[in-house]
Design a protein around this ligand. Structure first.
Ligand code: PLP
Length: 387
């Protein structure tokens, strides 16, 4: 079965009792048992719920994985992957990970004795150099947030296999429509389903997908033992979002490319980051390991924070908001929003400067989106000329 078909059908057979074509929301915490020790496969909804089962099966199939696990947020999924480790273990992390990922590593798991080293993952040699005797995992995000840098997944997997350590890719930005890390040998894929998978900015959720039975069993144990599971309605919302994932991703990408090309020519813009542009330093690598370039574009506005504010405050369709991947276009300021939890000196060293603006291209009509940006950027030019 191909991707668009799997998104609609896997785990989602018509319900046997009534024939309902849409998976019901099994809004129940518990299940009647036939007799002591004999039940129909469901006992308690932290452990199993039929709506969540459908979602987990569908998520696994979209990533070409054997097993899927759904969580109440992307960070709950991240937390559960960290539960594979023990005090004294060390993780090599691609340096420009999501701010909340950095926060849970540094502020939560470091206190439990897990160590992290951050490396520029544009060159796999940096990961080789960071490996220690106690390194147990490599954690990558690609494309990265917000600079849209690309890590070579295959090269990092090769290193992980050589060193017999676990490889993890946060695939939130690309979605499985554009990138399938398990096909490239990665052990574990993590998602914030809040973003493209849900796709409508109406649910917070997370996922883990793997084909390793051993890792799945440990992760499943922790999903139940820790309990950060999505409720049946949230699971249903993500499942509903998945049905249109392929159509949405195609439009997100078309719009993002047009926006990136427009910004690249605009005099108020100093720099554009989009892996689909030939000017992106890793455009060829992106072409090789991805099936498309996604819907996220970042740019640096000439004139720092004041000009950035003009753009952020003057768009009418792009809402100033956290998050990404919904049908509506959003605009954000990484250094004060998503990445505010990273200390300023580290942030700037990594290129997350005050003039940096991140755009999540929605699926509106592109003419309206470009006009909105044109008008908002015009206010910057006028101001500059007035000075
Ligand atoms: C949003 C996000 C997360 C965290 O997910 P939540 O659903 O907000 O907990 C993790 N990684 C990336 C790349 C994200 O964009």
């Amino acid at each position: 079965m191909k991707f668009a078909t799997k998104a609609i059908h896997v785990g989602q057979e018509p319900e046997p009792r009534t024939g309902a074509v849409t998976t019901p929301i099994y809004q129940t915490s518990t299940y009647a048992q036939d007799e002591l020790g004999k039940h129909k496969g469901w006992e308690y909804s932290r452990t199993h719920n039929p709506t969540r089962d459908a979602l987990e099966e569908c998520l696994a199939s979209l990533e070409n994985g054997k097993y899927g696990l759904a969580f109440s947020s992307g960070l709950a999924a991240t937390n559960t992957v960290m539960n594979l480790l023990s005090a004294g273990d060390h993780v090599v992390v691609g340096e420009d990970v999501y701010g909340g990922t950095y926060r849970i590593f540094e502020k939560v798991f470091r206190r439990y004795g897990i160590e992290y080293t951050y490396v520029d993952s544009q060159d796999v040699q940096n990961a080789y150099k960071a490996i220690e005797k106690n390194t147990k995992m490599i954690w990558l995000e690609t494309p990265t947030n917000p600079l849209l840098r690309i890590a070579d997944i295959g090269a990092h997997v090769k290193l992980a296999k050589e060193k017999k350590i676990i490889s993890v890719v946060d695939n939130t930005f690309a979605s499985p429509y554009f990138q399938r890390p398990l096909d490239l040998g990665t052990d574990i894929v993590v998602h914030s389903t809040t973003k493209y998978m849900g796709g409508h900015s109406d649910v917070v959720g997370g996922a883990i997908i793997t084909s390793s039975t051993d890792m799945y069993e440990t992760l499943k144990f922790h999903q139940n033992a820790v309990g950060a599971v999505p409720g049946p309605f949230d699971a249903w919302l993500v499942l509903r979002g998945l049905k249109t994932l392929s159509l949405r991703m195609q439009q997100h990408e078309k719009n993002a490319l047009a926006i990136a090309q427009f910004l690249e020519k605009h005099p108020a813009i100093e720099k554009v980051y989009y892996p689909g542009l030939a000017s992106h330093p890793q455009h060829d690598l992106a072409k090789k390991q991805m099936h498309g370039f996604g819907g996220m574009v970042s740019c640096v506005v000439n004139g720092g924070i004041e000009s950035a504010k003009q753009l952020l405050h003057n768009t009418k369709l792009f809402a100033l908001a956290e998050s990404l991947g919904g049908v509506e276009s959003l605009i954000g300021h990484p250094s004060t929003m998503t990445h505010a939890s990273i200390p300023q000196n580290i942030r700037e060293e990594r290129g997350i400067v005050d003039g940096l603006v991140r755009l999540s291209a929605g699926i509106e009509d592109i003419d309206d989106l470009l006009n909105d940006l044109k008008n908002a950027l015009a206010s910057i030019n006028t101001k500059a000329m007035a000075r």
